[in-house]
Design a protein around this ligand. Structure first.
Ligand code: TXA
Ligand code: MG
Length: 328
């Protein structure tokens, strides 16, 4: 594998139908030509991704987005004007130009213009729409550094373009604009509150809060982001969190805890998310991955508020915990 790739080399590889990990402002993506069946097959194979889970296509302009869809409804235009480039993936009616593997056979397609200069340069230089899921092995936390990508995909992909640590740290918000009104299928970097200032009240896919619903974003139904140790969300105050950890330690378990800076909790391994929900988003996946380098059996994290990007962070935490919640 070639690391610290020059952009020219990455451009050539992508044009030849190879797959290359690229930085975006959210998480690293594993990119390939969205119109090449060979490239898209390589993406699914490298990740070990189920073939019924569609990929997002990354573009460098609204004009390029138009190449992949039947039409752009007015509400989608308003969202693009407000949030592109940025962490918002917009689901529209596909015109069939992307490989049918990209859309997993659906008649819709997810499009996003990333807010990252290296990603935009690659899209422009190749002239390609780049299909790119997060560049992790399926089921693992998304990568927020090139080291995370190398850990998961070394030897399985042609190259990694290193752009340092990603800024936002959780994936893009996915919004379905094939329905009126649009619906948020996955909370992410662009917040529900931000979207509402542009298009008014916007609903969340009921599957995000109700266990028995089938999510409309196929990827949301899989176990995800899970560290090797058992993660539990603790719904209670700090003293209850300490009590839960102490109990686990008394049974001989090695414990880990995820905390905000300044929270004074004892455990065998501690990981800190900074002081704001934004730093928590940036550090969450690295934190989950760090526990895999330790021998902790159980990880605990206090439940968080759904305000702003908290909605996305909380969604990822609850998925990583597989729904395990410990209440007082
Ligand atoms: O921030 C991001 O979105 C990152 C970076 C690399 O851009 N990409 C990413 O891709 O997170 P991925 O494949 O890990 O997640 C895409 C999500 C999945 O849950 C998938 O099921 C959903 O978007 N999705 C893609 N196309 C869809 C469609 N046509 N209809 C419904 N959901 C779709
Ligand atoms: Mg992913």
């Amino acid at each position: 594998m070639i690391q610290h790739q020059t952009l020219n080399e990455a451009v050539r590889l992508l044009q030849e139908g190879e797959v290359v990990a690229i930085p975006t402002e959210t998480v690293y993506g594993l990119a390939g030509d969205a119109t090449s069946e060979t490239a898209v097959r390589r993406i699914f194979a490298a990740k070990g991704r189920p073939s019924d889970n569609p990929l997002i296509v990354h573009v460098a302009s609204v004009e390029q987005a138009k190449q992949f869809v039947t039409h752009i409804p007015e509400v989608a235009t308003r969202l693009m004007d407000a949030f592109w480039p940025g962490a918002l993936t917009i689901i529209l009616q596909s015109n069939g130009r992307a490989s049918s593997l990209v859309t997993a056979g659906l008649d819709t397609i997810g499009l996003r213009m990333p807010d990252h200069s290296l990603a935009l340069q690659l899209i422009e230089a190749t002239g390609l729409g780049l299909a790119a899921p997060s560049a992790n092995r399926s089921g693992k936390p998304s990568p927020t550094s090139s080291a995370h990508v190398a850990h998961d995909l070394s030897g399985r992909i042609a190259a990694i373009v290193d752009g340092g640590e990603t800024g936002i740290g959780v994936e893009s918000t996915v919004i379905d604009c094939t329905t009126n009104p649009p619906v948020i299928l996955r909370p992410g970097g662009v917040t529900r509150e931000q979207i509402q200032t542009v298009i008014g009240d916007v609903a969340l896919d009921p599957a995000l809060s109700m266990k028995n619903e089938t999510p409309k974003a196929p990827g949301m139904k899989y176990t995800h982001y899970a560290p090797e140790a058992t993660l539990s969300v603790v719904a209670g105050d700090l003293s209850f969190l300490q009590h839960v950890i102490d109990e686990a330690r008394q049974t001989g378990q090695k414990t880990g805890v995820i905390l905000f800076d300044g929270e004074d909790i004892e455990a065998d391994v501690r990981c800190f998310l900074g002081t704001t929900i934004e730093t928590a988003a940036q550090r969450l996946y690295d934190c989950l991955r760090r526990f895999d380098q330790t021998t902790v059996d159980q990880i605990f994290v206090r439940d968080i508020s759904e305000e702003g990007v908290g909605l996305a962070v909380r969604n990822r935490l609850h998925k990583a915990a597989g729904g395990r919640i410990i209440r007082p």
